[in-house]
Design a protein around this ligand. Structure first.
Ligand SMILES: *Cc1c(COP(=O)(O)O)cnc(C)c1O
Length: 452
């Protein structure tokens, strides 16, 4: 089969049988899909042999690049021993070893690792643990959660119940449990119509009002530290996270940090909580945990929470939750190799200069006529496009401006994916200085061509 007919064949199979995530399939089947066949370092190759920069790290997961030898070798080595055995009633080397490594690098006070296989389940587990913790403590009324507007914690029903993105979540509202919402610290479009920093973090004061009013019912607060990802790459102002932690302590509610996106170096430190010296009661990890290779997630809790579940079997304090592939051996081996590369290559140290370079390059993009706001924390970037810079008037959803920019970038050899009018850049931590410059240059060109 020649490449044209092979591509047509794959395209037909895809269009006839696949249902893609977060995709309007009617539009999908009217277009030609990009078929990825290979990856190397910061690049993806399509079926014609054209290479692209992987500008969003294959949906926020890639850490040390594609085909990283150490991770490849770890997985291959593990395959020759065993690929999977269960953690229900048995244990194994990679799961135990990785748990020790995770506890060593996690914020202080977190000591127990509960595995699952994706970010949403890591959040479900955190919510159920927090709820059950208070039940065992005799605080039976603490059954609800506080979350932020614009929050994203995954797509399962529990995770959606603590989500705050109307576009994704509204339709499911009859299925959801009720959560209390506090304002999103979205300074560019402040819900309280204040200006940073003269606001002196009014959003925290608003949060306190809501928490104080409902504290008897609240089991936990869940937050994406420093950066609300899928909500539009919204960075919280300095001191906000610490303020949230203070409120959790003051009102005796558990704090769940969802670092599914921000974890594993994405913000320039191993975990975003470190920027404000915050230790949550429960930490959710997934995406980058295996370096972007295999599905794995971890929910890490404090000893205090863990101990509340101890007792004789008859007391029914067991945490009755578990997924079939929990702590998969291959995935844990990849995660161990991922963490070893961090250490061996001083990834976080080397990243700092690149973060500065990225910041400098982004400054150039901010001059574009239709770039309203640029938000960056380490290697997580949101470039918010606006119709009118002065009034901050947004483009209408049906204009698909974000998508047009991303399609233009694709022509120029960069794969990125927008969140509405926000262009997301999230390169792998291993990206070179030169590649980083190409990434921002192409982004700027694409923005100009579409919006000017
Ligand atoms: C991606 C994401 C999730 C969901 O993870 P999945 O693996 O897609 O289920 C949860 N929380 C945050 C902050 C995320 O970015």
């Amino acid at each position: 089969m020649n490449i044209q007919s092979y591509k047509r064949h794959i395209g037909e199979l895809d269009k006839n049988h696949l249902w893609h995530p977060f995709t309007q399939m009617k539009e999908w089947t009217e277009e030609n899909p990009l078929i990825i066949t290979e990856g190397r370092g910061s690049f993806l190759k399509d079926i014609y042999g054209k290479w692209y920069i992987d500008g969003v790290s294959s949906l926020w997961v890639l850490v040390h690049g594609h085909r990283k030898k150490e991770i490849d070798d770890a997985i291959k080595g593990q395959i020759d021993k065993i690929s999977h055995s269960t953690l229900l009633g048995l244990t194994h080397l990679p799961a135990a070893e990785l748990a020790g490594m995770l506890v060593r690098i996690a914020p202080e006070g977190l000591s127990r690792v509960f595995y699952s296989d994706n970010g949403s389940t890591s959040v479900e587990i955190a919510l159920k643990m927090a709820f059950q913790y208070w039940q065992h403590k005799g605080e039976k009324s603490k059954t609800k959660f506080i979350c932020l507007n614009n929050a994203y914690h995954g797509d399962t029903i529990g995770a959606v119940s603590v989500g705050g993105i109307d576009l994704f979540h509204n339709i499911f509202s009859p299925l959801l449990f009720k959560s209390f919402k506090i304002p999103s610290p979205y300074c560019y479009r402040c819900e309280l119509e204040k200006k940073y920093s003269s606001c002196r973090l009014s959003c925290l004061k608003e949060a306190e009002k809501i928490i104080n009013k409902n504290k008897r019912e609240i089991a936990a607060l869940i937050i994406e530290p420093l950066m609300q990802g899928a909500g539009g790459m919204i960075t919280s102002p300095p001191g906000y996270l610490k303020g949230i932690k203070r409120l959790c302590v003051k009102y005796d509610i558990l704090m769940i940090a969802d670092e599914v996106a921000t974890g594993f170096g994405r913000t320039g430190k191993m975990f975003a909580c470190e920027h404000e010296n915050v230790s949550p009661d429960i930490l959710c990890l997934a995406k980058g945990i295996t370096g972007g290779y295999l599905p794995l997630a971890a929910t890490i809790t404090s000893e205090k929470i863990y101990r509340a579940f101890l007792g004789t079997y008859r007391e029914l304090k067991t945490f009755f939750h578990g997924h079939t592939y929990t702590g998969n051996q291959l995935a844990c081996s990849a995660a161990i190799a991922n963490l070893n590369v961090f250490k061996k290559e001083k990834t976080l140290y080397k990243m700092q200069k690149k973060i500065e370079l990225l910041k400098k390059e982004l400054n150039k993009i901010s001059e574009c006529r239709h770039v309203g706001d640029i938000r960056q924390k380490g290697f997580m970037v949101g470039v918010e496009l606006v119709k009118d810079k002065k009034t901050r008037r947004p483009y209408l959803p049906e204009e698909k401006t974000g998508w047009k920019v991303c399609y233009e970038a694709r022509e120029k050899g960069l794969i990125i994916r927008p969140l509405g009018n926000v262009i997301v850049l999230m390169p792998p931590l291993s990206i070179s200085h030169q590649e980083l410059k190409s990434l921002t240059r192409i982004t700027a060109e694409a923005i100009r061509e579409v919006t000017e």
